[in-house]
Design a binder for this molecule. Sequence first.
Ligand SMILES: NC(=O)C1=CN([C@@H]2O[C@H](COP(=O)(O)OP(=O)(O)OC[C@H]3O[C@@H](n4cnc5c(N)ncnc54)[C@H](O)[C@@H]3O)[C@@H](O)[C@H]2O)C=CC1
Ligand SMILES: CC(=O)[C@](C)(O)C(=O)O
Ligand SMILES: [Mg+2]
Ligand SMILES: [Mg+2]
Length: 347
Amino acid sequence: MAKINFGGVIEEVATREEFPLEKAREVLKDETIAVIGYGVQGPGQACNLRDNGFKVIVGQREGKTFEKAVADGWVPGETLFSIEEACERGTIICYLLSDAAQIAQWPNVKKHLTAGKALYFSHGFGITYKERTGIIPPADIDVIMVAPKGSGTSLRTLFLEGRGLNSSYAVFQDATGRAEERTLAVGIGVGSGYLFKTDFKREVFSDLTGERGALMGAVQGLFLAQYETLREHGHTPSEAFNETVEEFTQSLLPMVGAHGMDWMYANCSTTAQRGALDWMGPFHDAIKPVMEKLYQSVATGEEAQRSIDSNSQPDYRVKLEAELAALRDSEMWRTGETVRKLRPENN
Ligand SMILES: NC(=O)C1=CN([C@@H]2O[C@H](COP(=O)(O)OP(=O)(O)OC[C@H]3O[C@@H](n4cnc5c(N)ncnc54)[C@H](O)[C@@H]3O)[C@@H](O)[C@H]2O)C=CC1
Ligand SMILES: CC(=O)[C@](C)(O)C(=O)O
Ligand SMILES: [Mg+2]
Ligand SMILES: [Mg+2]
């Protein structure tokens, strides 16, 4: 395992150099990987594994998503089965149903988890919050995780572009003595570049905080607060949107991604640099207490419970669609739709 220095802290990282694809194929040569669920992560991981030459089958309930799997080349009765049949045939069961559906399907999956199989997750949720999920695996199987740090959609598109997404990984239970090599082999197979070592609890605490915070929840809150302020002071929608979202996503954020915050600052005016350096402190101080409150809500299991309760409702999709539609129909994002059309490359 490579030891890599992250800003002064040494961490263990598995790399493609020490764990090349050929080694992954050798480790898994006698295994059938059953990808259960074909939502967002399912297709990304299953198709990448298939293209990388592993023996993969998919387990998916009937319906629209089953048809999507057929369209992607999975063949009913050969490589595409019901959830239960795939669990029976597989030796590594990749449990990629939504976290709420994992609870509902657990009795059907559990009965096929015979000695020596591996139960694989892409999130620490089901295991960490086991009092709430009831997901308690038998003692004679491996319980492992590879959590790609990004959407399953990007996992696939980056793979097809010859790039990749990094993942974190963990072993919760090693019954066979092979749990770690199985984990790393599947992790390389799904298209990870590097694999950062963690445990189930740290993965789920950081992931739930990240998506509720900077990655998704906080960013919308930040955008909207600024957009509203500009609008309340008489700025037009296009001006408010351009100075809040468009310039950020199109010009400045890619620079942060490529070379860091200081580099983005350095490529802006000295006027902007002065103001940003002065105002980053007050923004940090205003947000920090909200972040701490969020982390506590994750740590106590409140966030998990809320997600389980709302996503277990039979009509959760309908309600979710309504909330997403409200976001889409807000003035800020309707303006965004128009602004996107006006990008020079779209003309
Ligand atoms: N969406 C993403 O890109 C990421 C997801 N993850 C994790 O990966 C796992 C899978 O997440 P997603 O791909 O987002 O799942 P998803 O929400 O897209 O759902 C996946 C599948 O669950 C099935 N399903 C839903 N309810 C069901 C039920 N009651 N019975 C049977 N099947 C049912 C759907 O048919 C679908 O195939 C989760 O643990 C999630 O936290 C991790 C990283 C990113
Ligand atoms: C894409 C990802 O990793 C998230 C935001 O944590 C998720 O979809 O759960
Ligand atoms: Mg995540
Ligand atoms: Mg997540």
